[in-house]
Structure formats: C-alpha cells, structure tokens
Design a protein around this ligand. Sequence first.
Ligand SMILES: Cc1ncc(COP(=O)(O)O)c(C=O)c1O
Length: 410
Amino acid sequence: MRKKKIYLDCAATTPVDPAVLEAMLPYFIDIYGNAMSVHSFGQEALEAVDKARSQAAGFFGASPSEIIFTSGATESNNLAIKGILKSYYSKNESKKKKPHIITTAFEHHCVLDSCKIVAKDGLADVTYLPIKKDGTIDPKEVEKAIRPETVMISVMYVNNEIGTVQPIEKIGKLVRKINSTKEKDDFKIIFHTDATQAINYFDCNTDRLGVDLLSMSGHKIYGPKGVGILYVRKGTPIRKIQDGGDQEYKMRAGTHNVPGIVGLGKAIGLVEKNGKKDAKKIQILRDYLIEKVLKEISNSILNGSKTKRSPNNANFTFKDVEGEGLLLSLDMEGVACSTGSACSSGALSPSHVLLSIGLKPEQAHGSLRMTLGKHTTKREIDTAVEKLKVVIERLRKISGNVLDDYYSKK
Ligand SMILES: Cc1ncc(COP(=O)(O)O)c(C=O)c1O
C-alpha cells in the first residue's frame, strides 16, 4: 500500500478538485471542437468558454470582455508588463522618453525577469521597491518612486514565499489620484497586481482594488495546470505579445484550452462558494502550526508578519539547519514542504524574498515554507511537527559535529 504522505506545499500547486475534474471531462472526448470553429462542434466549445468567462468576470467584478484566458500566471505577468510597454512605444515613440516601471524586490521571478529583460533591452527603467522587515511594502515608498514618465506599477497581492499581504487597495487609490492630475493626452499609470496567491483568500474585486490588470493561475485554486487569466480593465492601453490567431479579443493568440478554461471557471466558482469557510478553517490550523513550531522547536522564527499574511502560509527559519537538507529529510519522512518559491526550489541560491526582508544568506538557507490547503487536517499538522522536530534535532547534531570537527582541527 502507498504510504500516506502529508502535502504542505499548496502555494506550489493544489490538487484538482473532483468537481472541477468532472466539469472538465466532457471537453476532452465529447465536446472537443475548436472554440473558433463556426460549426456546431466549435459553437458548443465556445459556449463553455463563454460560461467560464462570465464566471470569472463575476468573481472579479468585471465584464466578460475584460477576461483574457492565458496559459497561467507566468504568461499573464509577461503579457501585462511587455504588453503595456509595446502599447507605449506604439503611441509615444516620438516623445522619446524612456518609460519607467515600479515593482517590488520580492515579486515572483516571472515579474522580476520580465522587468530585467525590458531594462536590459533599454525599453524601460525599473525601480524595485524595498520591503519592510514584516514582509510588506509601504505605499509611501510607491509615492516616492513615481516619476512623470512612470507608466506602470506592478505589486503582487500576496507573496508566494512568506504569504504577506500587500496594501493593493491603498496603492490603487494613490494611482487614481495621480492619474486624475494628468493631462488628457498623457500616458496614465497602469496598476497591475499578481494576485496568484490571493484568489483563494482575499477580495479580488478589481474596482475595489483599483487595479487595471490582474494576473491569476488555475492550479493554485484546485483547478488545472496550464491555464490562467489576465484581467484587463476596459480602455487599458495594452498590445498582444504573441502573434497568431485572433483569439481572446485579439489579445492572446492560440487555440483555446477548452477543458482547462472550463476547469478554471468551475474552480473560481468553488472559491466564490466555499472560499470564506475554507479560509477560516485553514487559518485556525495555520495558527496552531505556527504556535506549535515556535513553542516546541528552539531557535525558530516566523518570517513575515504574523497578522498581514495569507491564511495558509507559515514560513520559518531554523538556526543551524540547512533548508535543502531539511526539505529532503522531511520528504523521506513523508512530509512535503518547500524552501522557497516552487520555481526556484532545486536552486541553491538563497531566496530573494527572504533576503529582501533582511535575513542573512545563512538564515535564508535555513528556511522552510509550509503551506496548507483545504484538505489539511489537524492530525497532519501534529504529525508534520513531530517529524520536523526529529529531523531538525538530527540535522543540528550533524551540523554541530561538523563544526566541532572543524574547530578541533584548527
Ligand atoms: C505569485 C506567483 N506568480 C506567478 C506564478 C506562476 O504561475 P504559473 O505556474 O501559473 O505560471 C506563481 C507560481 O508559483 C506565483 O506563486
């Protein structure tokens, strides 16, 4: 029999909800038409895509034409940043002013790398906002960073490693205020948020947040992998970055991933229906986990604010413990966690997120992210902490012995 394992890595990905899978299944072998085909096979597929679009639009307080289906949040973030610059250059080339983008030092790599590449290509100057020790940014820093040539601000809603929540609504208000003072022909500041880790737990009404662009991904919300959304407020000057067909209001070329889109719509519907209840339950377990770890494991700290954080996230640093070793030992004990963002685990460089909140590289190396989900139980938390205690004690003994050997030979 397969050993029952404990999955505490829900920020990396979540299992597909059975109701989501059920909704998707007919679109693989029965209703398999191309949603752009004019015949009835295509029209049936298009109907399903439109239904999912309406479902998503309702969730974001948007209209259906503001929902652009993509392959996930990586693509949505690339489209947001590069698409805005493309539009800027198509309209403002004669002005020869280099546009300016503001983002934060602890965004997901798909935002940071998009910013890096446009800066390297000489297309934009980029400011990376500093992060406070508690893992949040100060809206005053945003205000300070704004220049006359600022065209875009991109701030993530919830950090994927430490789960801290950013003041998106406040920044949204600030951007609106500044835009209201601009001349009619001036390029307004576009406000984008990567809400990938926020969808399950926080208000994502785009009017309340005051965002023009919002990215999300299906597989973080018990939906399928390979599908996501970029919300684009009507009138936002953005150009497509991928050439081909006219799908998605000419904003994203490529055949629709119909089963994926259907699954994403269903997953969003489930968050709308059960999200609040699930969040409450998860937060109680998360608080229990944090309290237990800090009390029962010596020299452990919680990274990021205790209160301004996602209900499912706990991120710890353990003194004298190396994160990769901890992760592998825990995995052998049947507990799956992460040392940082999913995309960078496997790389041994310290997490840019933990460095951004002031941890030293050796502290960042000794960190562990435990992210809960709607299936996590108290029993699993108890078992995971017991395993964690044993593994940390063992690793500390080894690191202590190594240091003892080192000093005895000196
Ligand atoms: C905050 C954030 N943005 C973007 C992504 C990338 O999402 P996707 O896997 O859909 O490309 C992730 C996934 O780890 C994430 O956590």
